[in-house]
Design a protein around this ligand. Sequence first.
Ligand code: TXA
Ligand code: MG
Length: 317
Amino acid sequence: MKNIYSNIINPNSKNLNKIIQILKKDGIISLPTETVYGLAGNAYSNISIQKIFNIKKRIKKNPLIIHYYSLNEAKKDVVFNKKFYKLYKKFSPGPITFILKKKKNSRIKPIACANLNTVGIRFPKNKIVRNILKRLSFPLAMPSANKSSSVSPVKPADVSEEFKNKIKVLNGGISQIGIESTVLNLVGKISILRPGQVTPKQLEEVIKTKIKISSKQSKIRSPGSLKKHYSPGIPIYLNKKKCPKKNAFITFGSKYPVTTNSFNLSKKSNLNEAAKNLYKLFRFVKTKGYKKIYVTKIPNKGIGIAINDRLKRAAKK
Ligand code: TXA
Ligand code: MG
């Protein structure tokens, strides 16, 4: 099939070299990760960071996650602690972001962290992005590659839809997880600022500490997680058992009848499959012209906690 988007490039060695050059010269580019597609730039460069905030139309007080290849690079910028080491060992590289104290001599540009004294760091698992990180002498600031408050992209064409041809996208296929990383605060009282595939229970088992999902409307912590977010741009109604024909019905499990307006997140009631399909279906029903989305109840366990978190925020008026 012809690639209708000229901005999508394949990860061959010539293109990878080109990407390294773009990043070295303060350019920005969209890269695949196992969670969602990111918009990457040099975290040590004000020019790159400004470009990211501008194109996303992101408010300056919402900090970016900084992505590293390994502990060796990250230790130059943040202060590690015992609990972090334990969790890193168990869950990294993978879909988890750790909020840690920023070192005084850290080279991360303050605007990347919204001038906070903490940094969100992540070690992505996706092989393509790891290969790129390994070849760079700086970490990558990388928010999801969408305009602020809209749905995160899970495939290259989604990024093209967000930014047209303004941004090059490295094709890494469909994101395996399909929902953003768990954001865990490890400074002061430990809490989850954004649920993800790594669940509170899994984290508690490793550090033997009770961990709450923070619901506080605090402006210091994950400001990005407060307002309306992850929205497909049409109204969403939750916990529905039925849906009028003219609206899109997003269902879960086998008990709902298959109709022309119904779209199943997972017929087998598999929550991982549902997470992977969530943003894909949000975009799909919108392109089909539906003006409203009804969603059935989703079990609130495992990655279902993250699905419900995103649904709630997407539904916020
Ligand atoms: O899975 C992911 O995390 C993706 C991929 C591309 O890595 N990235 C992502 O970035 O979702 P973004 O910018 O869309 O979301 C980052 C979240 C925001 O809610 C932000 O407020 C929070 O992480 N965050 C980042 N640094 C923080 C900090 N120092 N303190 C508190 N929250 C922070
Ligand atoms: Mg985002």
